[in-house]
Write a protein that binds this ligand. Sequence first.
Ligand code: BQF
Length: 293
Amino acid sequence: MKLIDGKQIAATIKDEIASEVKRIKDNDGKVPHLAAILVGEDPASQTYVNNKSRACDRVGFDSSTYRFPVDVSEKELLDAVNFINNDPEIDGLIVQLPLPDHIDNQKVIQQIRPEKDVDGFHPVNVGRMTIGLPSYVSATPFGIMELMMRSRIETKGKNCVILGRSNIVGKPMSLLMARNEEPGNATVTVCHSKTQNLAEITSRADILIVAIGQPEFVTADMVKEGAVVIDVGIHRVPSSKTKSGFKLIGDVRFDEVSEKASFITPVPGGVGPMTIVSLLMNTLKASKKEIYG
Ligand code: BQF
């Protein structure tokens, strides 16, 4: 088994971005600037936004966080999005999900100018990605493609099974793996909560991408000997061994599945750091106007 060290690969990419930012600064160019909207005080969401702003600092980007109380009105959020849309200094805008139930996620996402939608959640970016036009690609799937490219994992003609069909991970992941490009060119099967004979299907996967949102759902009996296993899950479980009082586990039973897999991503330190670095790559593209000119 080979561990796919997402943390290490992400660090390499951050170094690459940092040298590009230095080049931009030396040439008096525009320093990339990422803005984040954070609603409420969910600890995981706060951690994620902190991770993103720290990553921006690391590579020399500017970043701003706009915080709102959990009872913020939809109108206030839409106004904030508009304000940031119209700020020429800000290149990319993300809205940290999930939002409280009284806010219509889609309404907020669709208010973001596609040119600044570095999470790639706006229907314009989703549609462009779907038909193979230049677009911002959702950070987690984009990060997984980069991970496979840099780990030299062959995808062409492989049987790729994806667990989960979310708009943010499973759906875009299936399109990217099936596209006529490398990495890609895989034969893709998407499984979900209504799938029958799940273990039978996953057992045929050369590449198994798990984004099902259930702690340690995938066990060794569901995995083919020599498969590549990508674990997108991230769950906090209580632990007496850590200072924080919790530890992170994925959607895959790492201890047993790692004995069968040829390559596997750990949690933490696998897909998560690549998600962050993808957001940086998208923000750099935004500041260079690479997608929309
Ligand atoms: C790591 C996310 C579910 C729902 C909304 C590094 C992150 C996580 C783990 C991180 C995630 C998950 C993010 C590690 C951002 C990934 O070392 O393993 C970074 O910050 N993530 C998010 O913004 O929203 C989510 C998961």
